[in-house]
Design a protein around this ligand. Structure first.
Ligand code: ATP
Length: 361
């Protein structure tokens, strides 16, 4: 009898292949039917067929399941008349409707030679970006104004409630970690542009207020332009970084590049009652359907899902399975038998999956 229902949306592009790989690994790790994966349609291709990017049935399943596992959504050619991509609406609707306010993006270097940075070893880069997921500039999606074809505006929205809860989330996360690799200091870096815009100065001031409750975590500040340099020059200084929605989106791609690329960057979008897990990458249509995508980002997102479920339900078997998957990924990367192409190897998506399952056995 399955205990946890997982709403699974494969989506577009490489979504189906990386999602299927993850389901295989999760089943192997749990060795039982503790999870029940129920597939639901959604995404840009589904929109082309039906006019719906997130069908009601899919939303209802996401709302009532214990967690959501997602491949990727979006195709560059499938756009609304205003030019924006349809596929993004799948996550955006889920983010807003399920209030998935914390987008957690771990950036961890598994092996020095995966990084384009010089002289970095495994573990030297190990921080988490906490991207605010329901406010900021992206909150204006679909509500911007285009005036007479001459002027376009989108409004950046920040609320006290939204900023304080994401700051609190980031401080709590830092408390659970062992600090930054360089000095072991638990540190929460506020990434903003407080020197230019009132909205970001507000973001910083609310983070400062929340910091009063966390004297054990050092608060640190970085303007978004400066942090792009720091994340390349001294990534080992960072522990947890909190950022407004769009800034978090941008710096997490940069962070992913420093540890090997989008194919190894997991992501979890968490609210108080729901969690959606998918790789930090998009649908990568350029490599879709060729069995060459890396499944690692989605597999690591799947293990993140197990940890989150295990914590919520006090279920040690899920946490143990998550640890086993992470060790199997590490072993796979270390033995060099199945390195995905984006990390310099030759292994296909299915070969990487098979090797991880072999390690789990
Ligand atoms: P989105 O805006 O939806 O996040 P994107 O436009 O940033 O998507 P991605 O789909 O993430 O783009 O792809 C960016 C690049 O990274 C592409 O060249 C793609 O092939 C590569 N890439 C993304 N995911 C993977 C993966 N899992 N394995 C290998 N390469 C990947």
């Amino acid at each position: 009898m399955a205990t946890y229902d997982i709403a699974t949306i494969e989506g577009d592009g490489i979504g189906p292949e990386v999602c299927a790989a993850t389901v295989t690994v999760l089943k192997e790790a749990l060795g039982s039917n503790l999870l029940s994966f129920n597939q639901f349609p959604g995404g840009a291709s589904h929109y082309v067929k039906t006019g719906q990017v997130l069908p009601q049935e899919t939303f209802d399943a996401c709302n009532t399941s214990h967690a959501i596992l997602h491949g990727a959504a979006g195709l560059p050619s499938v756009t609304y008349p205003d030019g924006t991509e349809v596929g993004n609406d799948l996550h955006l609707q889920l983010r807003f409707k399920l209030d998935l306010y914390a987008n957690v993006r771990p950036i961890r270097l598994y092996q020095g030679d995966f990084s384009p940075l010089k002289n970095r070893q495994s573990g030297d880069i190990d921080y988490i970006i906490v991207r605010e997921n329901t406010e900021g500039l992206y909150a204006s999606r679909g509500a911007g104004v285009l005036l007479r074809g001459e002027v376009a505006t989108d409004t950046l929205v920040l609320t006290r409630k939204g900023v304080s809860r994401i700051a609190k989330f980031a401080f709590e996360l830092s408390r659970k970690r062992n600090g930054a690799p360089s000095d072991g200091v638990r540190r929460m870096t506020v990434c903003d542009k407080a020197n230019i815009l009132r909205s970001y100065a507000f973001f910083r001031s609310v983070c400062d207020e929340v910091a009063q409750d966390y004297p054990d975590v050092a608060i640190d500040y970085a303007y978004v332009d400066a942090i792009t340099v720091h994340l390349v020059k001294r990534p080992e200084f960072y522990d947890v970084i909190v950022a407004e929605n769009m800034f978090g989106d941008i710096i997490s791609d940069l962070g992913a590049a420093t540890v090997g690329g989008m194919g190894i960057a997991p992501s979890g979008e968490l609210g108080d009652n729901h969690g959606l897990f998918q790789g930090a990458h998009g649908s990568a249509p350029d490599i879709a359907g060729q069995n060459i995508a890396s499944p690692l980002a989605t597999i690591l997102s799947g293990s993140f899902m197990l940890r989150w479920l295990g914590d919520r339900h006090n279920d040690v078997s899920l946490i143990t399975a998550a640890e086993r998957i992470e060790r199997a990924v590490e072993a796979t990367l270390a033995n060099g038998k199945a390195i995905p192409r984006d990390l310099g190897g030759l292994a296909s998506c299915s070969e990487v999956t098979t090797e991880i399952c072999r390690q789990l056995k």
